[in-house]
Design a protein around this ligand. Structure first.
Ligand SMILES: Nc1ncnc2c1ncn2[C@@H]1O[C@H](COP(=O)(O)OP(=O)(O)O)[C@@H](O)[C@H]1O
Ligand SMILES: [Mg+2]
Length: 330
């Protein structure tokens, strides 16, 4: 497939450089909102490790440097390295940040970023410029108590940058992997929520090939459902699905089995839509995720119980339901 010069990603866990794959539908969506601006902050949620950060970094760099566009990307979970925590298309944004730096870096930049943009606007002006602010995994960094207040303030900033500084358009994009913040935001009208999904099968195969697996590609797909981080994790376990599932059980599932109860969790492993209230609890534990098909920016696979995908609910990766059926039954 020809998609121009390739963009590479360093996978730290495997000490390997790979090519970024796909995300063409999502890229169209992103370019569209950047060119039109957003009336409200836009939040993207999706399974942990599905590739939100990789996608946004790819898009932000792909927008190119232009004097007409002010681009800022903040990784709110980065604690120490300012080069990772912040990308900005104007050096002045970096300069303003220098005065404000405190640890944890990403979270403090996320809190300060709109006043930095405003200081930048006072100095350089925004008239006729587009402003794109991407705040990655911000809610986990600032805490659930601040979800409402923070998001509302971003909404107000959009209006302010238009009125006070005559920005031609402003787009604010946030991400979250975490079900509670999405639920809190759903109550409000000043934010739009979109869903991103794991990679589709074909692109996932392209991704997996680069990791040189020595097990069957279909088995990888059936256990990860196209989730890149889960696949990297499986590779770190020497591609042993057994070892990986045992680890997942101990790290993530055992606690959930005790909290939710064995019978109930087994019912949801068979059918993700079986019980909404329990699915919500499993979403709080970041094991399941509510499917919002009408606001998806990715292709979402059709209902497929083997992959743990129901109508309204899905397991974030199929491995969770395999770990449950294998270890919780006994
Ligand atoms: N489209 C992609 N192409 C290649 N690798 C990807 C892609 N998306 C994600 N990855 C890999 O998977 C890892 C996890 O993705 P990440 O963006 O951190 O997930 P999220 O932010 O949704 O939790 C990344 O470090 C990257 O190595
Ligand atoms: Mg991320």
């Amino acid at each position: 497939m020809n998609r121009g010069p390739s963009y590479t990603i360093y996978v730290e866990e495997l000490d390997k450089v790979i090519n970024f794959v796909d995300r063409e539908d999502e890229a169209l969506w992103f370019r569209d909102i950047v060119s039109r601006g957003t009336a409200f902050p836009v939040t993207i949620y999706g399974p942990e490790g599905c590739g939100k950060t990789a996608f946004l970094r790819y898009m932000v760099r792909g927008l190119g440097v232009s004097r007409d566009m002010v681009i800022v990307y903040v990784d709110a979970l980065e604690h120490f390295d300012v080069g990772k925590a912040l990308f900005a298309s104007y050096k002045e944004v970096f300069e303003f940040i220098q005065d404000l730096i405190s640890i944890p870096l990403g979270a403090s930049i996320a809190r300060a970023i709109m006043s930095v943009v405003s200081r930048f606007a006072q100095r350089i002006g925004l008239e006729g410029k587009s402003v794109v602010v991407v705040l990655d995994d911000v809610y986990r960094a600032i805490g659930l108590d601040e979800v409402d207040r923070y998001t509302k303030s971003l909404y107000e900033w959009i209006g302010y940058l238009h009125e006070r500084y005559k920005a031609s358009n402003v787009a604010i994009v946030l991400t979250t992997s975490e079900g509670m913040s999405k639920r809190i935001l759903s109550k409000h009208t000043y934010v739009s929520i979109y869903m991103m999904w794991n990679l589709p099968k074909k692109s996932f195969e392209e991704f997996v090939e680069q990791l040189n697996p020595h097990i069957d590609a279909e088995a990888i797909w059936m256990h990860t459902g196209g989730n890149p981080r889960a696949t990297i994790d499986l590779a770190r376990h020497g591609w042993s699905i057994d070892k990986w599932l045992s680890k997942i059980y101990e790290d993530r599932i055992r606690r959930a089995v005790h909290i939710i109860g064995r019978d109930k969790i087994l019912q949801l492993a068979e059918n993700p839509d079986f019980d909404w209230a329990i699915a919500e609890k499993l979403e709080e534990l970041n094991l399941m995720i509510e499917l919002r098909r009408s606001s998806a920016i990715s292709q979402i696979p059709k209902k497929d119980l083997d992959l743990g995908i129901g109508e309204e609910w899905a397991w974030q990766i199929p491995a969770y339901r395999y770990a449950i059926t294998r270890f919780a039954k006994s």
